[in-house]
Design a protein around this ligand. Structure first.
Ligand code: FAD
Length: 310
């Protein structure tokens, strides 16, 4: 097996805990990975060195890493990462980055991997209706779905070496892509509160945001909500043509449970549905169902959860 390289997941300028899941995935490929941390400030890499299982930690330091820019990041990381199998998170940003890195190197990319066994990689296809298994031979970029692999744990003592990549990106396009939202991204969240057309107006999503803030959740939406209201961005859409999520808890509010929505969230560990229609299909997939309007149910849920969290 060639060298395995983990590109640390960076969220808001810090190493995200998903990185430790990437280390576990790399270990499943049979090797101790080199972890590369894209950063503007080398001290950020200390966040990766704390994880058990990292062989070497390299702080790839450049101003280009201050904000995400696909071309700039791919160019800078391509210059630092040795040949081998590169693992990134399957977050929307890192899937984009992974595909660009693979294209630069002319190697394969396997997206959204949920299982690694003996060099075989399994990932969902056809909106999660089937699983495909491919075997890895040679260098590739592999993106790993968040919240599937265990954390490699803490207690690592990897030394951090700093590589200044500024020179390598001098000609790279540095186009600032503002994050669509400062909120937690649904693809990375452990808890998601999602709203559908049953919320009535986009302003009513503020009730979901209040609940989400109470329990540390991200806010998602159905396609009907996203298509109906300009105020609800497409980045929040969960489903076949939106994001695939895999949280521990998914709370669906005013969402009917169409097959295309289920395609993006049915692998959630626990599903709670609030819908005024007892026959809504979402209840067939929910672990807990509340037949009520959200106007009735949300205040009760909000106050119970707020007192639990206090
Ligand atoms: C090719 C294709 C791809 C698609 N991709 C996606 C996708 O990625 N994601 C996605 O979500 N959809 C997708 N869709 C659309 C999907 O088929 C549904 O139309 C959509 O999911 C419905 O969204 P909804 O449940 O919010 O709205 P609706 O179907 O209108 O349901 C609203 C629900 O809210 C309930 N409700 C109403 N008022 C209240 C209240 N006050 N309190 C509580 N409950 C209330 C109603 O009983 C109803 O069940 C796709 C469709 C196609 C054809």
């Amino acid at each position: 097996m060639s060298e395995t390289i983990v590109i640390a997941e960076i969220v808001k300028g810090a190493v995200h805990p998903t990185t430790s899941e990437l280390i576990t995935a790399a270990q499943a490929l049979g090797s101790q990975p080199t972890v590369i941390v894209p950063c503007a400030d080398a001290s950020v890499a200390d966040g990766a060195a704390q994880y058990a299982g990292a062989g070497k930690v390299i702080a790839a330091k450049s101003d280009v890493f201050s904000n995400y820019d696909a071309a700039g990041w791919a160019s800078a990381l391509d210059a630092v990462a040795p040949a081998g199998v590169i693992l990134t998170s399957a977050s929307p940003q890192s899937k984009d980055l992974g595909a660009r890195l693979a294209a630069r190197r002319g190697i394969s990319v396997v997206q959204d991997v949920v299982k690694i066994e003996g060099g075989n990689l399994t990932s969902p296809i056809y909106s999660g209706k089937a699983m495909q298994t491919v075997s890895l031979s040679g260098d590739a970029v592999v993106t790993i779905r968040p919240n599937v692999f265990d954390s490699s744990g803490s207690g690592g003592s990897g030394d951090v070496s700093v590589v200044d990549t500024s020179g390598n990106v001098a000609t790279a396009v540095q186009e600032f892509m503002a994050r669509a939202s400062s909120r937690l991204d649904v693809a990375e969240a452990n808890i998601i509160v999602s709203g559908g057309r049953g919320m009535g107006t986009p302003a009513n999503f503020s009730h979901l945001e209040t609940l989400a803030d109470t329990i540390g959740a991200a806010v998602g939406a159905s396609r009907a909500a996203v298509d109906t209201w300009d105020e609800i961005p497409h980045s929040m859409q969960v489903g076949q043509t939106g994001k695939t999520v895999n949280p521990n808890l998914y709370i669906a509010v005013g969402i009917s449970g169409a097959i295309q929505h289920l395609a993006g969230m049915r692998s959630s560990k626990y599903i709670v549905a609030i819908n005024k229609d007892a026959d809504a299909p979402i209840f067939q997939h929910a672990d807990y169902g509340i037949v009520a309007t959200w106007e009735e149910a949300l205040p009760v849920l909000q106050s119970s959860l707020a007192s639990m969290m206090a």
